[in-house]
Design a protein. Structure first.
Length: 301
């Protein structure tokens, strides 16, 4: 069996002349129709997440990305739905194109050799509000807007010495990656996360606001960005850190990722610089040496 999470980017055309704005529960309802779970598992963590909600491109066109985290193939492949209108609330949306943008195996993410330079820093920016809660001493649920790295990447649930579930990026590995790979990788990862520090982004401060969850309730969620720095640790810790950053864009962060909340964008930087030589200019006859600095760009999308 090949353990492969997947991600698709969909371009949709709205066929409705007039409709209320797209809601998170409308999108959730469509994916529940595509990828249903047994009734007894309805409240459990989903096998999929939304990377936000359909974003308007203009002229009735929308852009949307969805992720499938399970190793088993999904009951419906979005690529087979091109030209078949799908109902999202009051909207009738026709998929014009569906592009698979991720299908790397869990084994590849967790064990394959990476490039010559280790990922030591990353900026994580919210694309949709991130909903995280914690319980105070009285058991009251309160919003958490400055999560530590371990909480940012999710949790693993164990019982009787074995893994029985999980949430977020590490939960995806715990639930869906091969057990012989997941267990040692998670042990390595949690050791490496002790070396991860969070730093504010002054240009994109974390801010909290109230956001509509459905017609009956709102939730408090944070938006903004933060920088994560891997301080110390070995190269294998850096590789696990890089894999985790790859996974967090697929899984999302916090609660309600199956409704489109908690979608993030990750930009990474390597922890070393490389020297490269360029040919000398014929006119000047001098050979130039260029030092390439740390590269920052969107690593996963």
């Amino acid at each position: 069996m090949v353990y492969v999470p997947r991600r698709w980017t969909v371009i949709l055309r709205d066929l409705a002349d007039a409709a209320r704005p797209i809601r998170s529960e409308d999108c959730h309802g469509l994916l529940n129709h595509w990828w249903p779970q047994p009734q007894e598992d309805h409240t459990a963590a989903k096998r999929w997440s939304m990377n936000g909600w359909p974003s308007p491109l203009g002229d009735r066109l929308y852009h949307w990305s969805v992720s499938w985290l399970d190793d088993d193939p999904p009951p419906v492949d979005p690529e087979a739905l091109v030209g078949q209108p799908q109902r999202i609330g009051d909207h009738l949306m026709e998929p014009l194109s569906v592009t698979r943008t991720f299908d790397r195996t869990y084994a590849g993410m967790l064990t394959a050799a990476r490039g010559p330079f280790a990922v030591r820093s990353a900026v994580v920016r919210s694309r949709t509000p991130v909903v995280m809660v914690a319980r105070d001493s009285g058991g009251e649920r309160i919003p958490q807007v400055w999560p530590n790295p371990r909480r940012l990447f999710g949790a693993v649930h164990r019982s009787g010495g074995g893994i029985v579930g999980g949430s977020g990026a590490v939960g995806a590995v715990a639930r869906f990656a091969p057990a012989d790979l997941a267990d040692p990788w998670l042990d390595l990862l949690f050791g490496g996360l002790a070396h991860v520090r969070r730093v504010p982004l002054p240009e994109e401060p974390v801010r909290v606001g109230e956001h509509r969850h459905n017609d009956e309730r709102t939730v408090l969620g944070w938006e903004g960005g933060l920088r994560l720095e891997l301080v110390g640790g070995e190269r294998h810790h850096a590789d696990a850190f890089a894999a985790l950053l790859e996974l967090v864009e697929l899984s999302g962060v916090g609660k309600y990722t199956a409704q489109g909340f908690g979608a993030v964008r990750v930009d990474t930087m390597t922890g070393a610089a490389a020297r490269v030589r360029v040919p000398a200019s014929r006119r000047g006859g001098r050979r130039a040496r260029v030092r390439t600095g740390e590269f920052s760009g969107t690593l996963f999308d």
